[in-house]
Design a protein around this ligand. Sequence first.
Ligand SMILES: C[S@@+](CC[C@H](N)C(=O)[O-])C[C@H]1O[C@@H](n2cnc3c(N)ncnc32)[C@H](O)[C@@H]1O
Length: 187
Amino acid sequence: MFIYPKVFRRLKRGPQVILPKDIGIIIAYSDIDKNSVCVDAGTGSGWLAASLARICKQVTSYDIRDDFLEIAKKNKEMLGLDNLVLKKGDVFKKIEEKNVDLVTLDMPNPEKALKNVKKALKKGGTVVSYLPNVEQVKKYVERLQKLGFTDIYTVEVIVRDLLVRKEGTRPTNKGLWHTGYITFAHL
Ligand SMILES: C[S@@+](CC[C@H](N)C(=O)[O-])C[C@H]1O[C@@H](n2cnc3c(N)ncnc32)[C@H](O)[C@@H]1O
């Protein structure tokens, strides 16, 4: 099943995760590479954090819950990601890292973290949020605008599976539709 590439099938899962189809666009549109330094929050099961750490130089991922950090730790160890630092902390209160290339926010009310994101990001850096509802996106985007972020861009990724058969090729009648809206912005 391609919606769960091999590495993801080995990962433990606690709270709702960001799926590979959405992680793909986050990585592609964030301009990150082997020299990038990132901050991620909330860690949750660490699916996004681990995916970023497989590509970037350093990823620090924050969560307020010990039980979720424990799940993410198991995934980190299983993948041998020494460049992934898991931290207990509330990003609404503080982000310790400075001059980072990317901050990802996957939690309710991510706008509450934006002042701290501004302090953590380097000029031109990217902030990405992942939100399930349009009303949340609207509130978040208004806050981005107020704080002077630029290039604000929201997308939804819909993957349409195709059934390829001798007797007729067409989209399947099942599929994974809505997961979340992804908003990108630059500082
Ligand atoms: C949906 S989960 C994140 C899933 C994760 N992105 C993944 O791919 O596995 C949301 C997480 O945000 C955490 N969280 C909520 N508010 C937070 C805050 N203010 N600072 C840090 N983490 C927070 C929650 O404890 C929860 O683990």
